[in-house]
Design a protein. Structure first.
Length: 292
């Protein structure tokens, strides 16, 4: 779990140590959820701020690139060699050159005459067109990245809820934790093919922007979706196949109470067994040892 928090959510070691104590019996689920959500909100706020700053930097850079390109073209078209002239000063100089060619006194030109000059009009129109095009490109790029980020964030929560539903179905998984995780990823990758809309404490499956429906036109609930997709790939334990605690012995939930040190070690390290159940077994195991 610590590696997942470090890799997927970029949490610092100190933050992980705060919400995930080394001793499992000190784990507090409510405090974990509270602190984890706060860390995640802080992380999202930083990402959004970086995205905004990046967009503004790109916007300013694009604006400068467009202006530089137009000024370069204007100098070449009207034979202006002075690279120091920029913006309105460059336009004034171009107007002055063309006015002299037509034997007109540039000092007598009004602002309206300058603005109505064909060369100035063309230059300003090209500038406006290029700037708007680049602005739209940047906005589209930013919106796409933002939508992808929000989609990934939503699916992160969808994945957690889907696995919780899946675990309650008692799937037949490998006893090896790594293989079991790989098996679960089959279901998760299948669910990635849809979009999801948050609806209270659950999610509405969407396909091509519309709610997913069954062959009868009824909306498919999130739980039904997970169950049907899981049934494509997994078998599930029947009630009689689940371990039960020995008569007169300690109660370890759905998992049988260990009889040996080896069985105990295997149970408390099995990530497929709910944490609360493993903690209960650990508690009863320690009580039994203290009485022996």
């Amino acid at each position: 779990m610590a590696e997942g928090l470090r890799t997927a959510y970029q949490l610092e070691e100190d933050d992980i140590a705060t919400i995930l104590p080394e001793e499992e019996d000190k784990f507090n689920g409510e405090e974990f959820n509270k602190q984890f959500l706060q860390f995640d909100r802080d992380r999202i706020q930083k990402i959004n701020q970086k995205g905004k700053e990046k967009f503004e930097q790109g916007y300013s850079k694009a604006k400068k690139e467009v202006l530089d390109q137009l000024e370069t073209e204007a100098r070449e078209r009207f034979g202006v060699e002075d690279d120091e002239l920029r913006g309105i000063d460059l336009i004034d100089h171009i107007v002055e050159i063309n006015s002299k060619k037509s034997k007109a006194d540039p000092t007598k030109l009004t602002e309206e005459q300058i603005k109505s000059h064909p060369s100035v009009i063309k230059l300003l129109n090209e500038k406006e067109k290029s700037f708007k095009t680049r602005e739209e490109e940047l906005k589209t790029e930013y919106d796409t990245k933002l939508n992808n980020f929000q989609k990934e964030r939503t699916f992160s929560a969808v994945e957690k809820k889907a696995l919780a539903i899946f675990d309650k179905m008692n799937p037949v998984l490998s006893s090896d934790p790594e293989r079991a995780a790989n098996q679960k990823s089959i279901l998760i990758n299948d669910l990635k093919g849809l979009d999801y809309q948050e609806d209270g404490d659950t999610y509405i499956p969407l396909q091509e922007g519309k709610r997913l429906e069954d062959p009868h036109g009824n909306g498919v609930s999130f739980e039904k979706l997970v169950q049907s997709r899981a049934a494509r790939y997994f078998d599930f334990k029947k009630a009689e196949e689940r371990d039960t605690p020995p008569a007169g012995g300690g109660d370890g939930g759905a998992t049988g109470f260990p009889k040996t040190e080896a069985e105990y070690a295997k149970i408390v390290n099995d990530q497929n067994i709910p944490l609360e159940e493993r903690l209960e077994i650990k508690k009863k195991w320690n009580e039994a040892k203290s009485q022996s």
